[in-house]
Design a protein around this ligand. Structure first.
Ligand code: ADE
Length: 504
């Protein structure tokens, strides 16, 4: 089940934004309820009796600056309204649960209520200030923002905005490119358009969001429509052949060639990714962690050779490595800049030793990787009510989870809507969740509730969620954790032959 994506735009020119986004696909999406646009006139919030919102910069200089007070008050009002709406939705959701709808089958029908509630835990709200001084907006950022339920855009005008209010409210500074426009409205509209396309239900054919330019890192191939001949130019004959295998091959070649010529940087990144995938696919099960972070678009392929791959996973900050010989291992390690607290996931024990030498790291957890290679979720008979965890559950999780993660990390996972639990006798009896790099884990059942099927139900629930997102579910079993190994086998996960070492 999909939820509505709510855009809130703080601007001095609300009509420019609402009119610009009311036509065509986004207009239709708004009427269908896939997206909702709220424009907020910052001027309505000024306490100045002449409705003034700007003033001269201290220290002199050209132009005027937007003042802090109206911007801040407008933003607070929007945040308050979002909070109220979310509470109302939560209450409505709980009422449904009470009516007996959300008794969740772990094996499959994760109810829409549960999933939506999980999304709602994703505060804090993101406030995007559109500015040429921001990080340049990309398709990847559009995908990331599309996972939020609410986005607040602040559009600047004149020469800018008082820095103090930016420090107070802004979470993301984003630019749409290296040029300067007269205001933030057009950039906000550009971003809203790109983000909306990624929201389920906005595009008619959901596939089109997947296959067009950029999703796989290549530019789109050339397209043709009738007539077959125009100004003596013929449509390429392969497209008239009806041979779909040849057509697909031709299109890929065209995409590659176009990207190579027009966007050499993108082409280089694509070929690196391609080389990485072909090395890692030689042992898919052992490398599923690395293959998945590439596929999910969350990793940078820093280096990819025939005999080794180095990735940087952005969400976890982990360096992921695999090399078929020690020489390549050393070459990959030499690419890693020295930081304060590097985290590594490596696939060979010689890499573990080199890292200890180079980075003075010796906290090593040895794991086996388990992969759910099927397309359908596991059959799981036990039925429990599974709910997303909330911030107040963190202590129960921290006290009962027998592994290395900090309380802060567990809280972050809960707040990201990535941890789930089962209650019994009025308390949290079992929990599990998704790690930031994308593996399933943090599974624990309190001793008195073991052997009832709670672990199986929770993992089956996570597997189902992962499959729905088009991911291959995987997890890592610490050396010696026999109960976990048994559970993985029971649920149908395959155990990889290679080892994996987490080093921190
Ligand atoms: N405001 C003015 N120019 C801009 C740009 N290039 N990107 C985002 N916001 C802007």
């Amino acid at each position: 089940m999909s939820h509505t994506m709510h855009f809130h735009v703080l601007t001095l020119f609300p009509e420019m934004v609402s009119q610009g986004l009311s036509e065509s696909i986004l207009g239709r999406a708004a009427r269908k309820g896939c997206i909702e646009l709220e424009t907020v006139n910052i001027r309505d919030y000024t306490i100045n009796k002449h409705k003034k919102v700007d003033d001269y910069p201290y220290g002199g200089g050209a132009g005027m600056l937007m003042q802090a007070q109206p911007v801040f008050d407008a933003c607070m009002d929007v945040e308050k309204k979002i909070e109220m709406r979310r509470n109302a939705e939560r209450t409505a959701g709980n009422a449904e649960t009470a009516a007996g709808i959300a008794e969740t089958s772990a094996a499959g029908e994760a109810s829409g209520n549960d999933k939506d509630a999980a999304c709602r835990e994703k505060s804090p709200l993101r406030v995007i200030y559109v500015t040429p001084q921001g990080k340049v907006f990309t398709q990847q950022m559009a995908q990331e923002f599309a996972r939020e339920e609410d986005l607040i855009f602040l559009c600047g005008h004149y020469e800018g905005v008082d820095e103090r209010v930016l420090e107070e409210i802004v979470t993301d500074y984003v630019s749409i490119g290296d040029y300067v426009l007269t205001g933030g409205e057009l950039p906000a509209m550009v971003m809203i358009d790109a983000i909306s396309r990624m929201v389920p239900g906005v595009l008619k054919n959901e596939e089109s969001a997947e296959t067009e330019s950029f999703c796989d890192g290549l530019l789109e191939y050339p397209q043709y429509t009738r007539p077959e001949v125009w100004k003596d130019r013929r449509v390429p004959s392969v497209l008239l052949s009806g041979d779909h295998v040849r057509i697909e091959k031709w299109r890929l070649e065209q995409s590659l060639e176009r990207t190579r010529q027009r966007r050499p940087g993108l082409y280089e990144a694509y070929t690196r990714r391609d080389r990485a995938v072909s090395y890692l696919s030689k042992d898919r099960l052992s490398h599923m962690d690395m293959l998945e972070v590439i596929k999910r678009g969350q990793a940078d392929v820093v280096r990819a050779e025939e005999t080794g791959v180095l990735l940087y996973d952005r969400p976890s900050g982990a360096w992921m490595l695999s090399a078929s010989d020690e020489d390549m291992g050393e070459r990959l390690l030499s690419e890693i800049p020295r930081g304060k607290d590097e985290l590594f996931a490596v696939h060979q024990s010689f890499l573990k030793e080199s890292i200890a030498r180079r980075f003075h790291r010796d906290r090593v957890s040895e794991c086996m990787q388990a992969v759910y290679a099927r397309k359908l979720p596991p059959a799981c008979r036990a039925r429990f009510g599974i709910r997303p965890l909330e911030a107040q559950d963190v202590d129960a999780v921290y006290e009962n989870y027998h592994a290395v993660h900090s309380r802060d990390y567990l809280l972050e996972r809960i707040e990201a809507g990535e941890m789930f639990g089962i209650d019994a006798d009025g308390r949290l009896a079992a929990f599990a969740g998704m790690h930031d790099e994308g593996s399933m884990g943090m599974l624990e059942v309190l001793p008195e509730y073991r052997r009832m099927g709670m672990a199986e139900a929770l993992e089956a629930y996570l597997i189902t969620q992962q499959l729905e997102k088009g991911y291959v579910p995987f997890c890592q079993i610490f050396d010696g954790n026999e109960p976990s190994l048994c559970l993985q086998k029971k649920l149908g996960l395959k155990i990889a032959s290679g080892r994996l070492y987490w080093i921190s």
